[in-house]
Write a protein that binds this ligand. Structure first.
Ligand code: SAH
Ligand code: DHB
Ligand code: MG
Length: 233
């Protein structure tokens, strides 16, 4: 497998994490032409390669299935890669709403979801998430069993507050990118994305009844983390 390399050895930690992700993918995940072509089309269109990794996509899918989620909200669609993982977890009649500000991303996501045969259960809502979110309840689109927050990190706290209000009691909210190579621990950071996560983390535990944890992750996307929060019943 890794030959003579050791963690942190001459190979470098990042290369090892990526190699182990490939091992886990080939051990645990079936070959999937639909997901592969979504990645290939996204790369061909020049989208940034910042979608969840395959093992992370599977984690989102497993969480959705374990919850029996029928109604899922995603904030930040990109090319629809995580949307495909999540939408495939839906039972008959289930729905995913995914919010995307960039029209090019939204159009590519539409094509990828169409190829995946999932457009019957997915709504891609174009525009700034902060404007779409208040409309979802008015339009009767909630409550959501599961929300995946993965858009601009500056607004994570606001998205989380909306997600709480839109969730069913006992629902789950997952937030991507809460560690950012450890930058989240730097109180002097000027990176607005990292500051957005810090601002969010400073507030979560003050939210009555919200039970949250975060898991640090390494892999093909480097060193980052997920936050998971249960909405009070
Ligand atoms: N969840 C995707 C990756 C999302 S990347 C996946 O794993 O496959 C983040 C996305 O959020 C980008 O497509 C970006 O255009 C979008 N985004 C950024 N700011 C936004 C905003 N204010 N409202 C809605 N979407 C936004
Ligand atoms: C970036 C955004 C993401 O959502 C992610 O998972 C990784 C990187 C970024 O903007 O760099
Ligand atoms: Mg992300």
């Amino acid at each position: 497998m890794t030959g003579s390399s050791r963690p942190g050895g001459e190979k470098g930690a990042e290369a090892l994490w990526a190699e182990i992700d490939r091992l886990l993918e080939s051990s645990l995940l079936p070959e999937d032409p639909v997901l592969s072509s979504a990645l290939a089309e996204s790369a061909r269109a020049g989208l940034p390669p910042i979608q969840v990794s395959p093992t992370q996509g599977r984690l989102l899918q497993l969480l959705a299935r374990a919850l029996g989620a029928r109604n899922i909200l995603e904030i930040g669609t990109l090319g629809g890669y995580s949307s495909i993982w999540l939408a495939r977890a839906l039972p008959e009649g289930g729905k995913l709403v995914t919010l995307e500000i960039d029209p090019r991303h939204a159009e590519l996501a539409r094509q990828n979801l169409e190829r995946a045969g999932l457009l019957d259960r997915v709504t891609i809502r174009r525009g700034a998430a902060i404007e779409s979110l208040p409309r979802l309840a008015e339009e009767g689109l909630g409550p959501f069993d599961l929300t995946f927050i993965d858009a601009d990190k500056e607004s994570t706290l606001e998205y989380f507050r909306h997600a709480l209000a839109l969730s069913r009691p006992g629902g789950l909210i997952v937030v991507d990118n809460v560690v950012r190579e450890g930058a989240v621990g730097d109180p002097g950071t000027r990176d607005p994305s990292v500051r957005g996560i810090q601002r969010f983390l400073a507030e979560v535990r003050r939210m009555a009844g919200v039970e949250a944890t975060a898991i640090q992750t390494v892999g093909s996307k480097g060193y980052d983390g997920f936050l998971l929060a249960r909405v009070p019943s």
